[in-house]
Design a protein around this ligand. Structure first.
Ligand code: 5AD
Ligand code: SF4
Length: 473
């Protein structure tokens, strides 16, 4: 009997990509391949790419450079480039790296295994990019595909693809297309199936989750159905929380301009929805926010944040901030530092602005900020962010937190790592606990990016839920 072929998937970028990677891995497994953790052992290497920021391009073409010599040694090796960069660059991927076998876009993940087979049979490279996802075709929408989860206790669920906003710096609308929401019933069904497989934590994914369902309402109206504009995302949060077996619901990302009181109420009231809000600020300067087309001012942002904190007990807040947007002045940066300090984030992702060809901001070449100036501003921002992260973490010392156990810590196998409801990494000392189980841990120490603690108790699974989803019969 011949050995099955092995595949290796490397994911760049965001959680949307991690989810697509699980889909691609599921399809290859269904096709008889087996997963390996070693790219060097693999007969198929899949690079699931991101194009949000420039270093992702560099990383991809760097990795492809290494794979070229590997392929010269083993001509049977197949290389597939998937994801946003593939969708955006299309044939350019082959022009820059002719040894790639398949270039697969973001709208046709379902074709991964077939295209690899076709390319192998014909001995030629294939580029297949669609302009739009075919969402009303259940066989093709990603949810209908097999899937290989990274960990058995956590699942992603795409609730919406694409983005209808036009942030001046962002390439996402160009590569992921317009906003399309999946029907609530499909999402709840998918989460219920995951829960039956043993998943207890689900993360809902969308570029702008607060506008989830807007297109569904419009389509229903267009079809002459009586509809009112409903806060569908808030209802979805409650429905997903009501699924039996689900203990934690997370989501990313809401847009500050669209976050609604109903969403905040659902977070406050549904016990499964975790106390964590990732609310991308991008800039604290109103002038820059306007140039970015973000649709809010710093004051508005801080008001919404205060409302969320007032309603949701023990809310952790994280953010994304861009430094060096074209035209950014010293005053703008000062304002960003002030607003970031006032927002007192638990953690934050600061990014250096990177021009993405085809976006509005990329054309503002005459206003690009000098690299050294940007580097200095970036360091100053990091100081502010680390200070508030450490302060937020120190405030937790002495508290008892529930963690979802992930396994032994990478640095010290005698220490276990878990995630709190606020999505913080908590390293704690305890004898072995099963990954995927829940425990309570007393926090004894804090650092900007993690907490330390001691085991208090193991938490038993909760009883069956009596709440029923609101929307799904
Ligand atoms: N340059 C730098 N950062 C960017 N982001 C998106 N586009 C760019 C860009 N061109 C950041 C934003 C967004 C996060 C996912 O990536 O902060 O929220
Ligand atoms: Fe990009 Fe703005 Fe859409 Fe987010 S909301 S994906 S930053 S265009």
């Amino acid at each position: 009997m011949t050995e099955p072929r092995r595949f290796f998937v490397r994911t760049f970028g965001c959680q949307m990509n991690e989810y697509d990677s699980e889909r691609i891995a599921g399809l290859l497994e269904a096709d008889g391949l087996v997963a390996t953790d070693e790219a060097g052992d693999a007969d198929v290497v899949v690079l699931n790419t991101c194009c949000i920021r420039e270093n992702a391009d560099n990383k991809l073409y760097g990795t492809l450079g290494h794979l070229k010599s590997e392929k010269e040694r083993r001509p049977d090796l197949q290389i597939m480039v998937a994801g946003c960069l593939a969708q955006k660059d299309r044939e350019v991927v082959l022009e820059r790296a002719g040894h790639v076998d398949v270039v697969l876009g973001t709208h046709n993940v379902h074709r991964a295994a077939e295209l690899l087979q076709e390319s192998r049979a014909d001995g030629r490279s294939i580029v297949e990019i669609l302009e739009e996802t075919v969402i009303d075709d259940h066989d093709r929408f990603p949810s209908a595909l097999p899937l290989r989860r990274e960990v058995p206790w956590a699942a992603w669920a795409t609730i919406q693809i694409g983005c209808d906003n036009a942030c001046a710096f962002c390439i996402v609308p160009a590569v992921r297309g317009r906003e399309i929401s999946r029907p609530v019933a499909d999402i709840v069904r998918e989460v219920a199936a995951a829960a039956r497989d043993g998943v207890t934590e689900v993360t809902l994914l969308g570029q702008n989750v607060n506008s989830y369902g807007r297109d569904l309402t419009l389509a229903a109206r267009h079809a002459g159905e009586p509809t009112r504009v409903r806060p569908l995302f808030a209802e979805l949060l409650r429905d997903v929380g009501a699924v039996d077996g689900i203990r934690r619901v997370r989501f990313t990302s809401p847009h500050p301009k669209d976050i609604r009181p109903e969403t905040i109420a659902a977070m406050a009231e549904a016990p499964e929805v975790c106390e964590h809000l990732h609310l991308p600020l991008q800039s604290g300067s109103d002038r820059i926010l306007a140039a970015m087309h973000r649709g809010y001012t710093a004051e508005r942002y801080l008001e919404r944040l205060a409302a969320a904190r007032a309603a949701i007990d023990d809310l952790a807040v994280t953010t994304d901030i861009i430094i060096g947007f074209p035209g950014e002045t010293e005053d703008d940066v000062e304002r960003t530092l002030e607003v970031a300090a006032e927002a007192a984030y638990d953690s934050a992702y600061p990014f250096i602005y990177s021009p993405r060809a085809g976006t509005e901001a990329a054309a503002m070449v005459d206003q690009f900020v000098d690299g050294d100036v940007v580097a200095d501003r970036f360091e100053r921002l990091k100081v502010v962010l680390e200070r508030s992260a450490l302060a937020a973490h120190e405030r937790r010392i002495g508290r008892v937190e529930e963690v979802l156990v992930e396994g032994p810590s990478r640095k010290d196998p005698a220490v276990l790592t878990g995630r709190t409801r606020q999505n913080k990494l908590l390293h704690f000392t305890a004898a072995h606990l099963r990954p995927g189980s829940y425990a309570t841990v007393r926090v004894t120490g804090a650092a900007p990016h993690h907490l330390r603690g001691e085991l208090v108790d193991v938490v038993a699974p909760p009883a069956h839920k009596t709440r029923l989803p609101l929307l799904v019969g």
